[in-house]
Design a protein around this ligand. Structure first.
Ligand SMILES: Cc1ncc(COP(=O)(O)O)c(C=O)c1O
Length: 406
């Protein structure tokens, strides 16, 4: 008789965004004439930039001729894309990363879920609370998180680093020593970030405590302030203790196209074992490469045209972020984020729970956001709005929130 991976049975209830979709669908069934504005899920809305579309068309045409047709891509990615990443994301920032430390993937979600395979079952993970749920859930599936307490919504074997208004949403070094530390900066969901000096502190801490940092840089393109690192490798020693995840989803609109990369430096070792070699082995065994046409589109992200067009796209979303941030502040809310990230994290009014505020906003303003409690217990009493909508919808949403007297 076959048996299932029982760790899956430990995963609590429905996924956050399914519950949101269920509530929105029920509302629309009851109120078919209402126009709901969705500022909940972190999906982009702007079309792909012209430079990327051109690259896709060219690559599709290549697939139509025997001479230029491409089959399986190299497991670790095409050299043209890996070199563009090295030059633009790393060397241009003074980071000494080489092509054979870059692994092309289909996005940061799968990489952030898969990377835990490299580590021993008994590894203790440390995560921020609130957190992007994939880091915890992928470790639950691997059986690394102990037992779940439904009342407190915490796992017995996970080290939580609370990020609250009191500490400016900046995690503090945990009291217990972790083996794997997940950091996402700029942060989803809080939209906040830390200075380069603070990040250096984390690198020093990881080296001292023998931990590895999984650094999710999915929102790096939204950094607008000086003195915020765009890569963890801007910090001294990071190549010996950090793996970096990057995504083309939010900087270039590839949420539906799918492309990402992971950087595993050769200096990152556990005794004699190279994590770079392990990840190469894993990729070779379990992944057959991102599509050629998508990798060509990724290359176009780094062309001069592509860079200029994407700068405008990021600016478009950040204009929305300013509309949300300023609008909510004017309406009297306590608001965070939205300066170095496309997320605005707000305190719910009058001590409302996150889900009560979700219902309230949906009913009164027909605006959908994401309840902070869906990202962890410390998210309770907070609410996330995204800047990824259209400018017009974002303006209208804020107008409605103001008028609804929420
Ligand atoms: C922190 C974080 N990492 C990774 C991802 C997923 O990125 P991708 O689309 O590249 O899989 C997201 C998507 O919302 C995210 O918020």
């Amino acid at each position: 008789m076959f048996r299932v991976n029982e760790n899956y049975q430990k995963l609590p209830g429905s996924y956050l965004f399914s519950r949101i979709a269920g509530k929105v669908n029920a509302f629309l069934q009851a109120n078919p004439d209402q126009k709901v504005i969705r500022l909940g899920i972190g999906d982009v809305t702007q079309p792909l930039a012209p430079a990327i579309i051109d690259a896709l068309h060219r690559a599709v045409d290549e697939m139509a001729c025997a001479e230029t047709f491409r089959g399986y891509a190299p497991d670790l990615g095409y050299e043209f894309l890996r070199s563009a990443i090295v030059e633009n994301d790393y060397r241009a920032r003074g980071c000494d990363i080489s092509v054979d430390e870059i692994f092309i993937s289909d996005g940061a979600k799968s990489d952030s879920a898969n990377i835990q395979e490299l580590f021993a079952d008994c590894s203790r993970i440390a995560v921020c609370d609130p957190v992007y749920p994939v880091y915890v859930d992928s470790n639950v599936m691997a059986g690394r998180t102990g037992t779940y307490d439904a009342a407190s919504e915490v796992w017995s074997d996970v080290i939580y680093m609370p990020c609250t208004m009191e500490n400016g949403f900046v995690p503090e070094f945990p009291r217990e020593t972790p083996d794997i530390i997940y950091l996402c900066l700029p942060n989803n969901p809080t939209g906040t970030t830390i200075t380069k000096e603070q990040l250096q502190g984390w690198v020093d801490y990881a080296i001292k405590s023998g931990a590895v940092i999984i650094y999710d840089a999915a929102y790096e393109a939204y950094i607008s302030e000086e003195n915020v690192a765009h890569s963890i490798y801007e910090c001294e020693g990071a190549k010996t203790c950090a793996i970096e995840l990057r995504s083309f989803s939010k900087n270039a609109g590839f949420t539906g196209v799918r492309l990402g990369c992971t950087v595993v430096p050769k200096e990152l070792r556990c005794g004699d074992v190279s994590l770079n070699a392990m990840w190469a082995r894993r990729h070779g065994t379990k992944f057959n490469g991102a599509p050629y046409i998508v990798q060509r589109a990724g290359e176009a992200v780094y062309s001069e045209e592509g860079k200029a067009q994407l700068k405008e796209q990021v600016a478009y979303y950040m204009r929305n972020a300013a509309v949300i941030r300023d609008g909510l502040k004017e309406a009297g809310y306590t608001v965070f984020g939205g300066v170095n990230a496309p997320y605005i994290w707000m305190k719910t009014p009058e001590k409302m729970s996150s889900w009560d505020f979700f219902d309230y906003l949906l009913e009164k303003a027909n605006v959908v956001g994401t309840p902070g409690s869906g990202f962890g217990p410390c998210g309770e009493g907070y609410f996330r709005l995204t800047a990824f909508g259209s400018y017009e919808n974002t303006q209208e949403a804020l107008e409605r929130i103001r008028k609804s007297g929420c």
